[in-house]
Ligand binder design. Structure first.
Ligand code: S3P
Length: 439
């Protein structure tokens, strides 16, 4: 734990009730700044996530000469500089904890003819970056990493990039987006084929900015050399943040909670599918389209959950929701088995190990495997856990108190601010007995 940090103290029991809107989608917020900055004209964003990760992207573009007003109450106005209007930031761009900023920016900046260094915090500096620098090198980019293939990334100017036809070795939207963004600056066509569907916000938003794409099955192609035309973006609430409340209400008897304006992109809704397979009571209503992204209101009521074998095809569709889903499994009856999720080991923390350690500290029989976990449900005891600076782990263990029989204390929670700055206020307003202390 760092010297000044935030700890959560959550008392057991209670229920979640009422109506709330969780903050804006992190993936869409990042992309709104990136494409808005490169567009011609003024892009107005509403519902922007004012979390540290998306603000890291916003500040990076300010440092590269883009005039951006806000965020103020979720509103951001970006004066696009056009495809070739960015300028070198002078010193390194610090992207904090944000993997999306680093991986997408490496592609977006690879063909700009600029000399730029990207750095991050300890967690980001230990995450694998060859998955982006390898395909970018095939396109002719020059990017240096550490010997371990990690940040800092030094992006060197090159004359030009060449389009590639790339098959992703892992199902990763960050890598897909990185290659497509580099492809905007490449000669000829750039195509990416993914082994399984991953979030498609980059593709949807490029089309929203008037850029032509061709999609067929798991393959998406674009021609370099086009331009982006500014547009307005209404960012839906983040289903990944809603997930903590979906799990919390499902495991706490007496809960009845409505989550408003939640992004329901079919490449992101695995958490709903998985919870329903476990027996959750989630009602979807008021389905609508907001700027090319599906949105709905979700009503979730307590329901007794049962353990399941999680279908592997749901893994990329729920990739950020497994910390919360592991808590649901611990509160369910019977065994839950997750396989095919080795990517969880290279997120903001090793989410398989860190969740297994935390669940065991709370008396749960949780057995980590190389690519998943086996959890025997039946409830949790109180105890103390460490989130290892991982926002989603901290929020998941906070919700675990709803089905625990003692207090849960969670260390190293400051990074909740990367994706959900208002978590403590919203969660306690809905009925969670949570207090945050800084020391
Ligand atoms: C993201 C993609 C996912 C996800 C991350 C955000 C994105 O990562 O875990 O939180 O915005 O593209 P991978 O694409 O590496 O799985």
């Amino acid at each position: 734990m760092s010297p000044t940090d935030t700890r959560f103290h959550v008392r057991p029991g209670g229920a979640l009730q009422g109506k709330l809107r969780v903050p804006g989608d992190k993936s869409i917020s990042h992309r709104s700044i990136m494409l808005g900055s490169l567009a011609e004209g003024i892009t107005r964003v509403s519902g922007f996530l004012e979390g540290e990760d998306s603000l890291a992207t916003l500040n990076a573009f300010r440092r590269m000469g883009v005039h951006i007003q806000g965020p103020e109450d979720g509103k951001v106005t970006i004066q696009g500089v056009g495809m070739h209007g960015l300028r070198g930031p002078g010193a390194a761009l610090d992207l904090g904890n944000s993997g999306t900023s680093m991986r997408l920016l490496s592609g977006l900046l690879a063909g700009q003819g600029l000399d730029i260094t990207l750095t991050g915090d300890d967690s980001l500096s230990s995450r694998p970056m060859r998955r982006v620098t390898d395909p970018l090198a095939l396109m002719g980019a020059r990017i240096e990493t550490t010997e371990a293939g990690t940040a800092p990334l030094h992006i060197r100017p090159v004359e030009s990039l060449q389009g590639i036809d790339y098959r992703l070795p892992v199902a990763s939207a960050q890598v897909k987006s990185c290659v497509l963004l580099a492809g905007l600056y490449a000669r000829g066509e750039t195509c990416v084929t993914e082994p399984a569907p991953t979030r498609d916000h980059t593709e949807r938003m490029l089309q929203g900015f008037g850029y032509e794409l061709h999609k067929e099955g798991g393959r998406v192609c674009l021609q370099g050399g086009g331009k982006l035309v500014a547009c307005d973006i209404d960012v839906p609430a983040d289903i990944s943040s809603a997930a903590f409340f979906l799990v919390g209400a499902s495991i706490a008897p007496g809960s009845d909670l409505v989550l408003e304006h939640v992004g329901m992109n079919p490449t992101r809704d695995g958490v709903i599918t998985i919870l329903r397979l476990m027996g959750a009571d989630i009602e979807v209503s008021n389905e609508r389209d907001v700027g090319g992204e599906p949105v709905a209101d979700l009503r979730v009521r307590y329901a007794p959950l049962k353990g399941i074998r999680i279908p592997e095809d749901q893994v990329p569709l729920a990739i950020d929701e497994f910390p919360a889903l592991f808590v649901a499994a611990a509160c369910a009856e019977g065994e839950t088995v997750l396989t095919g999720a080795e990517e969880l080991r290279v997120k903001e923390s090793d989410r398989i190990q860190v969740m297994a350690d935390g669940l065991r500290a709370l008396g749960v029989d949780a057995r980590p495997t190389p690519d998943g976990m086996v959890i025997q449900g039946g409830g949790l005891q109180g105890g103390e856990v460490d989130s290892h600076g991982d926002h989603r782990i901290a929020m998941s263990f906070a919700m675990a108190a709803l089905c625990a029989n003692g207090d849960i204390r969670i260390n190293d929670c400051a990074n909740v601010n990367t994706s959900f700055p208002d978590f403590v206020r919203l969660a306690s307003g809905a009925g969670l007995s949570i207090e945050a202390a800084n020391d």
